[in-house]
Design a protein around this ligand. Structure first.
Ligand code: BGC
Length: 750
């Protein structure tokens, strides 16, 4: 038997040493090692699933399944402890089982969806909420979460944009780092921390035409410049795991892509943790037409360096035989098994296989007051005020009519929150009533209506309501709206309209709700829309007719309270868009940091035709990246530089003075953008390089300074290296990505 450290002996390492792990690996049979590389559904261990269907047909024995190195989808302290105990008793080398799950924007306390988190422009909150989620998940017996998703997104037709923090590599990188730190803490075996998994490597956020799982066409330059930085930030922050992706890149599916996984991920980004496939992706290499059968799929994936096969059973079925036939080298198996053991070791599972699973702690920690408060703060800070012509905030004590399918609805926790419990979510109605405000509530219409069906969901999307009943509901709402001073109309996407496999061609609020919106606007001109969405939508008509639009995304467990806080002016809205809201679908993908063209179009200046533009729509999105209003107004002075040129080892300070010129205390997010005027490769017209949130009382003003150092000027040059090039740069400071508040400086030769 391999030698173990004695954790009780003074001065001894708690974890196993490298030598001990190697000794353990040497003792394991080939089957045992390959079993470590298999992930199966937790249901096999809870008794909810037996080895049947595809898995049994593929000849994977029950014994192999009972020795799978990890499971997905079981949680709960009591359950996971029981499974672990049973598993270890049977395991020949007493190697603990890993419990994994998607803990995306919370475990039981659900925070706003990741895209909304991006809108807070406050990565510190992402770290705090990931820490809270890790704590709830850890006491429930989980060891690994499949988060953060670090995919940069530009195409709102893709339903998974809700899992990203947006279109900007810098902002996404800050969030990726913060989330990894929050989940993992300083050391994985610390109490109440779990391992993070950066996904989906790489470029999954750019599926052609926004259709999920579709091919990705990215130049290597764009991949490296825009898409890789956030994964890198997560990896540099110490993420223990990375997940492959479903798509094809450079003509080769990511999961079997040696260049992507070995050259880029392992060598260039220096990742030495566990690489897991996405769900069933090893087997999907066959559908891609990249492998003829499961045998080839196993070989391609293991050669690409994929350590764990999530849920396809291909490794377990094929690898042992292939090693025996010398088609796959056992060194590859050892490499993968070793990384998996190392992860178990980093989590401290060899000493304490239950880690933090604790029933009494579950009661104490889950949905505790502290987590709920954090969820409410985060929700408030994620809301983006897109328009306001004097309707908001509502005067306290005034009578307001609340209309819409979201008025009395608990389903606002987003698509990836299946561990969350909507019974713990208050409705807007309850939140407003709790404040004692005078209000009338009516639903107005169903969420989707009789003419709209979401295909393929096992979950029932809504109760069936007839056309006549819809008409009656709308008429009642119209009558209420007629008598109202102000109307708050809570409408938007159904919770299941965003998330995985929810690509949409129209990205609109469901038509039945638009019908309600039009009818309400006809009888009342003081309509404030509270917009629920998992993605940027085409809201031109809403933006035109409503007097105010408050975007609340899918705000989570404390969403309703947070909405009431903002509607009644207890807090000013502070959120800024992390992803552009397109003018219409034809403009998608639209993003602020596009490369300069040879024929730029300057709105109002250019009359001719031969510019990069459209005949029928503007180039600018409806609402740009970084945009968001407040209940107060800020004035920003022209940019001042302390000097006009710098060498690489020097810095320039760029400053503005910000004044709160309105009547309320408010927070502005000042954004620093840089544009490299001429370079060896074409540069984006603007790139976010820094930002700063500043809170000012009415009339108060303050100077805000940013340091411009060489790292802010580096990019992937024609030499395929991150470096700076001397020349002129524009620096912009403003309240969103359209700011023209600028100054120019020069980076000189050293
Ligand atoms: C998704 C991943 C997720 C995995 C496990 C897949 O369908 O693409 O993001 O982590 O399922 O739930």
């Amino acid at each position: 038997m391999y030698e173990r450290n004695d954790p009780d002996k003074e001065g001894m390492e708690i974890n196993m040493t490298k030598q001990e792990l190697s000794a353990l690996l040497r003792e394991m049979s080939l089957e045992e090692k390959v079993n470590q590389m298999m992930q199966v559904a937790g249901g096999f261990f809870t008794g909810d699933l037996v080895a049947m269907g595809p898995i049994r047909d593929k000849g994977i024995t029950e014994e192999a399944i009972s020795q799978a190195g990890s499971v997905i989808g079981v949680y709960g302290a009591e359950k996971t402890r029981r499974i672990q105990q049973d598993y270890m008793e049977k395991h020949p080398h007493k190697i603990p089982l890993l419990f994994m799950l998607d803990v995306i924007n919370g475990f039981k306390t659900i925070f706003p969806i990741p895209l909304a988190q991006g809108a807070a422009f406050e990565p510190e909150l992402a770290e705090k909420s990931a820490r809270a989620a890790a704590k709830e998940a850890a006491v429930s017996g989980l060891h690994v979460t499949f988060a953060p998703m670090c995919d940069l997104v530009r195409d709102a037709r893709w339903g998974r944009v809700m899992e990203s923090t947006g279109e900007d590599p810098y902002l996404n990188s800050l969030y990726a780092e913060a989330m990894v730190k929050g989940f993992q803490g300083k050391d994985l075996k610390e109490k109440y921390h779990i391992a993070a998994c950066v996904k989906h490597f790489a470029g999954y956020g750019a599926p052609t035409a926004g259709r999920d799982y579709n091919t990705v066409e990215l130049s290597q330059h764009t991949l490296k410049e825009f898409y890789l930085p956030a994964y890198k930030a997560g990896i540099d922050a110490g993420a223990a795991m990375v997940m492959t992706s479903f798509h094809t890149i450079n003509g080769i599916p990511a999961t079997g892509n040696r260049w992507l996984m070995r050259d880029i991920l392992r060598k260039e980004l220096g990742f030495d943790g566990v690489l897991i496939s996405d769900w069933g992706a090893v087997e999907e290499l066959i559908c891609h037409g990249y492998c003829a059968n499961r045998r080839e799929a196993a070989a391609r994936s293991v050669k690409a360096g994929v350590d764990i096969d999530m849920m396809s059973g291909v490794y377990a079925e094929q690898l042992c035989e292939m090693v025996r036939e010398n088609v796959v080298s056992e060194t590859l198996i050892d490499e993968a098994a070793c990384r998996i053991l190392e992860l178990k070791n980093r989590l401290g599972l060899f000493e304490n296989p239950y880690k933090d699973a604790d029933e009494s702690k579950e009661k104490e920690v889950i949905l505790c007051w502290e987590h709920r408060e954090l969820a409410r703060e985060y929700a408030r800070k994620s809301f983006v005020l897109l328009k306001n012509e004097g309707v908001l905030p509502l005067a306290k004590g005034s009578r307001t009519v609340y209309i819409g399918p979201y008025v009395d609805n608990r389903n606002m926790i987003g698509a990836w929150s299946f561990t969350g419990d909507t019974d713990c979510v208050a409705t807007i109605r309850e939140a407003v009533e709790e404040r004692g405000e005078e209000a009338v509530f009516c639903q107005g219409c169903p969420m989707l209506g009789p003419d709209m069906h979401l295909e393929g969901f096992t979950e029932k999307t809504e109760e069936e309501i007839s056309r006549e009943e819809c008409e009656r509901m709308m008429e009642e709402a119209v009558q209420q709206a007629k008598r109202a001073g102000k109307v708050v109309l809570a409408i938007g996407e159904h919770r299941l309209q965003s998330g995985e496999a929810t690509s949409s061609a129209y990205i609109q609020v469901p038509q039945i709700q638009m019908e309600l919106f039009r009818r309400i606007c006809e009888v009342n001109d003081q309509v404030a829309v509270v917009l629920f969405a998992g993605r940027p939508l085409d809201i031109r008509e809403i933006a035109e007719k409503a007097k105010a639009v408050l975007l609340v995304w899918m705000p989570g467990t404390e969403g309703a309270g947070a909405i009431a806080d903002i509607l009644y002016g207890d807090f000013c809205p502070t959120g800024k868009l992390p992803m552009s809201f397109p003018y219409c679908v034809g403009q998608v993908p639209v993003h602020y940091n596009e490369y300069a063209t040879g024929r730029p179009y300057r709105e109002k200046e250019d009359r001719g035709r031969f510019h990069s533009g459209y005949l029928d729509i503007p180039n600018a999105p409806l609402y740009p990246f970084g945009y968001g209003l407040s209940y107060t107004r800020f004035e920003i002075s022209p940019v001042e530089l302390d000097r006009n040129s710098m060498r690489r080892d020097e810095k320039i300070t760029a400053s503005v003075t910000v004044k709160n010129a309105g009547q309320r205390t408010g927070t502005e997010t000042l954004q620093l953008y840089i544009h490299d005027i001429a370079a060896s490769v074409v540069r984006p017209v603007k790139e976010l390089k820094d930002f700063c949130k500043i809170t000012l009382r009415p009339g108060e003003e303050r100077k805000v300074s940013f340091s411009i150092t060489e790292d802010k000027l580096c990019f992937l040059t024609e030499n395929d290296r991150w470096e700076s090039e001397p020349g002129e740069f524009e620096v912009f400071i403003g309240s969103d990505s359209t700011t023209e508040n600028r100054a120019v400086f020069t980076l000189t030769e050293d």
